[in-house]
Design a protein around this ligand. Sequence first.
Ligand code: G4P
Length: 289
Amino acid sequence: MSENQFNIQWYPGHMAKAKREISQMTKLVDIVIELKDARIPYSSTNPIINEICGHKPRLILLNKSDMADKNITRDWINYYKKNNIMALDIDSITGYNIKNIIPYAKIVLTDEFKKREAKGIKKTSIRAMILGIPNVGKSTLINKLAKRKAVNVGDKPGVTKTQSWIKVSNELELLDTPGILWPKFEDEIVGLKLAMCGTIKDDILDLKDIVVKSLDYLKENYPNLLQTRYNLDDINKDSYELLDTIAIKRGCILKGGIPDLDRAEKIFLNELRDLKIGRMSYEKPEERN
Ligand code: G4P
């Protein structure tokens, strides 16, 4: 991710502009490919995406699935299926399931193409755009599909440049600039989940609060992973006490033997985000949708 993601000022005028521009982009494509973070499909969703995309056929890609809990990702895919939405779990870095994007897009567009055939319109390749919040992996996916190293993505919402197309194959053409949308950051729980995934920059966060709440979540949902990573004898303690223990276990000690909590917080958060503790998901479909 480029360094100034989330420095974006999402003030109302900016959001309105992004909305307008993305609505324009959707007019150019057959299908919108919406990228979500597989660990937090709810929190990595723009609150008004339905309004922005209208009735445009949509395919959901749960990216970074390599970092998410496999069983929970499966539950999310089934949840979308029940709601008649096609969703696919992918990893844009290794390319896992990327080959299934075109077949899935074709399924989403079955009715649309039938209608066109009935009107005598010859079948053309699918035109698509990628859409998602910052840091969800849009540029990584575009690069993977385009088989190139870098994509020139402006860190601004919406798009201001003239659009050009990337020919992924004879069957798929992709707008070379993704649509960038804001998350629902006024929701405190969403903010926490985005921070757990490292989507929000740390300098705007209360790190202790994020760490303590993350420990609360792990104690409840992934106690064994937490216990193993930090070699903890007892995790049924208050999360503040657990943080003390983690600091001591990791040798983060200040003069006088006081645990260096600032250092321990940073270590824990980095490890949480770098897959060191294990594959985890922070949202289940039955909780939030
Ligand atoms: P964006 O265009 O949507 O803003 O996201 P971008 O592609 O820049 O990806 C953001 C970060 O997520 C990058 O890490 C990228 O390598 C990582 N990423 C993208 N897709 C996947 C995936 O499927 N699995 C995993 N594990 N990581 C993925 P980065 O360059 O290290 O970002 P940063 O650490 O500099 O923030």
